[in-house]
Ligand binder design. Structure first.
Ligand code: GLC
Length: 430
């Protein structure tokens, strides 16, 4: 579970709102969200229980997002939750509650900071100069002179120090942290982006690992080409076409996905994915050897929105019956070709193959690997699925019956789709 929570939950238009509505979002306006931040219904235990019930194994909370607001009691800034009416340290409560549920904890830390006075204004900053378009600064009025002027006196050295101090706090004061999710590097903005050097990514990473040697780190520090500069890659909102590679080698990966079209709470955002669609992305990711981290954007009162809760409930229902086809699973061995409209996952330890029926085929499913099948059942209820093997006595013998089906073996399925969003056939191999 990914959790995007911050001041942006109040304007309720997503976590980039300070940028996307920058013309109206002057600093004074954004300050109103700090002044009114008070998530009175926040209950870390409830979040953790919901995460657990929906099948989550780890969770990553935005300790600081691009807006710069800190959800913990940082010594290095006043722009923090303990200075709002709410006063409590959410990072602390999050870590404790999720750990208590047996969920691994991770912290997201934004490299970008639209509040810190030393963070230089760039082409993706709400205070970018007139004429500059995000990621295309070429139209900036007054050109490089303007950039120099707006960044006069800003000292990225101080900002780098600040990041290190804060990462130090997060990785020292909250017990074991399993993941740190740095976000993100954007060097290609005509000299007005940020590079690994701007963050001192190597130093930051080294420091993080020195504090928590077991920690795993995403690849958004801009060090994807550096050996040891990351632990997993992060295709965002992607159903990848194949197992991601770096320098030709398959690598650990995680796709981050939203439920709706936004990470931070967006009240009026209506493009919610269906639960089936989300599950298909999860299954698909596992089938290419990856993980999925699914996002929730709590409301300004600190609760999961009802739409998120209902999706997570459905996902939990499915996971309760089908998680065996997800946990510990990966891409199926090459000899298994997926039947039409299905995705295969595979558990190498148990040697079980899982056929996820995305579109229910009705009475039969052609099985291209019958010789490998010892026994098959629906995963959700352990009801046997008979395999009608081609060339055996059990196979119907009339000539007309075979037309077009010569040589094919079939799983015999109920005509009506069982009451599970995506039914799964579990295959025990010979
Ligand atoms: C992007 C966005 C950010 C979001 C993140 C999640 O980098 O800037 O808002 O937190 O993706 O992957």
């Amino acid at each position: 579970m990914f959790i995007h929570f911050g001041l942006y939950s109040l304007p309720a238009k997503g976590e980039w709102v300070k940028m996307t509505e920058r013309k109206d979002m002057k600093e004074e306006k954004y300050q109103e969200y700090f002044d009114n931040f008070n998530p009175d219904l926040f209950d870390a235990k409830e979040w953790a229980k919901t995460a657990k019930a929906s099948g989550m194994k780890y969770a990553v909370l935005t300790a600081k997002h691009h807006e710069g607001f800190c959800l913990w009691d940082s010594k290095f800034t006043d722009y923090k939750i303990t200075n709002t009416a709410f006063r409590r340290d959410i990072v602390k409560e999050f870590c404790e509650a999720f750990r208590a549920e047996g969920i691994r904890v991770g912290l997201y830390y934004s490299l970008i900071d639209w509040h810190h006075p030393d963070f230089t204004i760039d082409a993706r900053h709400p205070r970018m100069p007139p004429g500059c378009r995000p990621a295309d600064p070429s139209g900036t009025v007054g050109g490089e002179e303007t950039w120099k002027r707006i960044n006069a006196g800003k000292d990225m050295d101080r900002y780098r120090r600040y990041m290190k101090d804060q990462v130090g706090e997060l990785l020292t004061n909250y017990g074991r942290i399993d993941i740190v999710w740095f976000d993100f590097t954007y060097p290609n903005d005509g000299g007005h982006g940020k590079t690994a050097e701007d963050w001192d990514s190597e130093g930051l990473l080294k420091y993080a690992r020195s504090l928590q040697p077991w920690i795993i780190v995403d690849n958004r520090l801009g060090l994807t080409d550096t050996a040891d500069g990351w632990d997993f890659v992060t295709p965002e909102q992607f159903k990848v076409e194949k197992w991601p590679t770096v320098n030709g080698e398959r690598v650990p990966w995680e796709t981050c996905q939203t439920l709706s079209g936004s990470w931070g709470y967006a009240r009026d955002e209506m493009t919610w994915k269906t639960t089936e669609n989300v599950l298909a992305t999860l299954i698909h990711s596992v089938s290419k050897g990856g993980n999925m981290i699914l996002n929730v954007g709590p409301t300004g009162r600190g609760r999961f929105d009802s739409r998120a809760t209902s999706h997570l409930g459905e996902i939990g229902e499915w996971m309760k019956l089908n998680s065996r086809a997800i946990y510990g699973c990966t891409e199926a061995p090459e000899q298994f070709k997926a039947p039409e409209n299905t995705i295969l996952t595979y558990n190498p330890a148990t040697r079980r193959l899982y056929i996820h029926l995305l579109a229910y085929p009705g009475g039969r499913l052609a099985c291209p690997f019958a010789e490998d099948v010892a026994y098959a059942q629906f995963l959700h209820d352990a009801s046997e699925i008979t395999l009608e093997r081609h060339g055996t006595a059990a196979e119907q013998t009339q000539e007309f019956y075979k037309s077009g089906n010569e040589g094919v073996s079939y799983f015999l399925l109920p005509a009506v789709k069982p009451d599970v969003l995506i039914p799964v056939i579990e295959v025990m191999r010979k």
